[in-house]
Design a protein around this ligand. Sequence first.
Ligand code: URA
Length: 204
Amino acid sequence: MNDYLGKLRKVTDLADLANLVETCRSCDLREGCQQVVFGEGNPKAKLVICGEGPGADEDRLGRPFVGRAGQLLDQILAACGFERSQHVFILNIVKCRPPGNRTPLPEEIQACLPNLRMQTHLLQPRIMILLGNSAAQTILRTDLGISQLRGKWVQKGSIWFMPTYHPAALFHRPQLKQLVWNDFQEVVAKYRTLIDPEHKAPYC
Ligand code: URA
């Protein structure tokens, strides 16, 4: 086992994992980006949101989903009564920005997977929202596209996964907004069942 994976196995909390991931050189993405975007939110949140990888804004600020797609995600979350620092933890499949915002390569995704697995192990989510193809296909281990996967719950162990379109897709295809909204309403209903029956949401 290489040195990095050996250290990863010994991590016991999220802050230690974040420090370790700073040192990760398991693929070439770290060479070409400004900083690692580990993820953020409430480490105790039982709702985790997974995107694809940092874009230019995220790379500059070191935080996930802070650009245009992130602002849209925040609006959707607010309509569901979810607040970034309280109800959710937001992370990505790869922690370093792919050059020019390209989709991460399969080998980059594979290289980062131990980080994601440990993050998930430490967070122990009950619900995970998978935004877009990279997140859904990687985590659900399928070649099916997001149009086929979206809106259907997948349960694996104690985690319920809801795949939906990536918010960035809604800029080019606004007709998808209703579908994404339906999927998030499903998440609110599941959140009330599994996590907090008293959860208040302004629009659902
Ligand atoms: N898109 C993603 O998939 N993740 C981010 O953090 C930002 C944009």
